[in-house]
Design a binder for this molecule. Structure first.
Ligand code: SF4
Ligand code: SF4
Length: 446
């Protein structure tokens, strides 16, 4: 019995010690110390019993039984299958209504007048952000001449793709491939290029904006030209996002817009080289609503903050999309109730959002679709004050932790059991704090 108790104590202490080491590598001092403390508290009863009461069989077995029971309660699969999931899509959204399009409107111009004649309810809200310094402005709170110049360089480079790649020609006659072989090859190649996840779905009308809102084709009706969509995610660097809403955030966003854009362009040109039509979608050049396409391609679920929550990195990703006519094998979307359940309980993004743009309420039905919606005007207005795209919600989200063995174990537990999910949520607050702030993090540039 003594040996059994010491073994139990040792296994628990070692597991928590290993987790504490992982936290040290992640530079999470608070999480590391909390893990050591909790590990000690959990393993100590076995150690003490082994030392002093091993002959008292009742105490020893009771201890093992209690811990085993708690373990079973946490690990037993339980499904939170109580959330209503819409089978429909929102009505096609007009890109002219997104905040980036509205921010590009120039006062006194015909386009400006026409927009606000058609959307008088947006005028007052947009006047508020027009009074602020602006995104990447010299007068914004987080202005940094070098980091903002780097971010601008990334945006300029990605926009240059718009001219050169978007509508380039199909280069060869059709090269026959099987949809299965091609899909497998494409996914393997994309992983080589640096994507975290990739999926394929049938392109639906509802994936597309109704009208263009940015660039040369402003106000043009968007038609469905392709049958398939390839969606992929690229990682936003954790260290950079831990500094949200500092200048590092917009530098990292622009970098990943560029990476996602480059990979989308590579895939599109590759498909054209096989004799089929393909179009990359990237910053300033979208015809599709990326999170919707990515969700239907099986890349994740839409969470409280309105972003795609991927199983690997939560919302800490950028999404790239290529639409095409080349025959491909599609993946499928299955509603992930564990995300709805976790987001319903968590609300950490809402608690930390400096502009209060994220709702604390449960999902609601809006235009026939049950989902969370955020206050885009409030969010964007905050961006124009700080000068960056903030990213605080992404930083604090418990799903955003690194893609490693320890966090993946927790992610599996959350998916498996809603009781474990509640426990993991409490632990996240203990380890990282309910409102973590960013003072403890050091910029890679300092
Ligand atoms: S912070 Fe919490 S509520 Fe917000 S998206 Fe992440 S898991 Fe959901
Ligand atoms: S980016 Fe910032 S302001 Fe916008 S919703 Fe997220 S936390 Fe709020």
């Amino acid at each position: 019995m003594k040996a059994l108790l010491f073994t139990f104590s040792g296994i628990i202490a070692l597991t928590f010690f290993l987790f504490a080491i992982v936290f040290i590598f992640e530079k999470e001092k608070r999480a590391s110390l909390s893990t050591l403390l909790i590990g000690t508290l959990i393993s100590l009863p076995f150690f003490i019993t082994g030392m002093f009461f091993s002959t008292t069989i009742v105490i020893s077995y009771s201890l093992i039984a209690i811990y085993s029971f708690l373990g079973i309660v946490l690990l037993l699969p339980t499904s939170p299958n109580k959330y209503k999931v819409s089978k429909t899509y929102p009505a096609r959204f007009d890109e002219r209504e997104i905040m980036f399009s509205r921010a590009e409107l120039v006062p006194e111009t015909e386009r400006f007048k026409e927009y606000y004649e058609n959307h008088p309810n947006h005028k007052l809200l947009d006047d508020k952000f027009r009074e602020k310094p602006g995104l990447m402005s010299e007068k914004s709170q987080k202005y940094h001449p070098l980091k903002f110049a780097s971010a601008n360089a990334n945006f300029e480079v990605v926009h240059s793709f718009v001219q050169n790649i978007k509508d380039s020609e199909i280069k060869s006659k059709i090269i026959e491939t099987s949809p299965l072989d091609l899909s497998i090859y494409l996914k393997k190649w994309a992983k080589q290029l640096g994507v975290v996840s990739i999926g394929i779905c049938k392109l639906k009308d509802e994936h597309l904006y109704s009208h263009k809102g940015r660039g040369a084709g402003y106000a043009l009706k968007i038609e469905k030209k392709h049958s398939f969509a390839i969606a992929f995610s690229v990682e936003m660097d954790k260290k950079m996002m831990d500094l949200a809403p500092d200048a590092e955030t917009v530098l990292e966003s622009s970098q990943q817009y560029l990476n996602a854009g480059a990979i989308a362009a590579q895939i599109a040109v590759f498909i054209r080289n096989l004799g089929y039509s393909a179009r990359p979608h990237f910053d300033g050049n979208y015809e599709v609503i990326c999170p919707l396409v990515a969700r239907d391609a099986g890349l994740g679920e839409i969470g409280r903050m309105g972003l795609l929550m991927t199983p690997e990195l939560g919302p800490r990703v950028r999404i790239g999309v290529v639409t095409t006519d080349i025959p491909l094998l599609t993946d499928s979307y299955k509603a992930d109730y564990s995300v709805f359940d976790f987001c319903t309980k968590c609300k950490k993004c809402a608690d930390n959002c400096p502009s209060r743009a994220i709702s604390f309420e449960n999902m609601k039905e809006k235009n026939g679709v049950t989902r969370w919606t955020i206050n885009h005007e409030a969010c964007f207005t905050y961006w124009t004050i700080v000068g960056t795209d903030c990213g605080k919600c992404m930083q604090v989200c418990p799903y955003s932790h690194p893609n490693n063995f320890m966090h993946n174990l927790v992610r599996k537990g959350i998916k498996n059991s809603h009781i474990f999910a509640s426990f993991a949520l409490k632990m996240d607050d203990v380890f990282y704090g309910r409102k973590p702030g960013n003072k403890k993090y050091k910029s890679p540039f300092d």
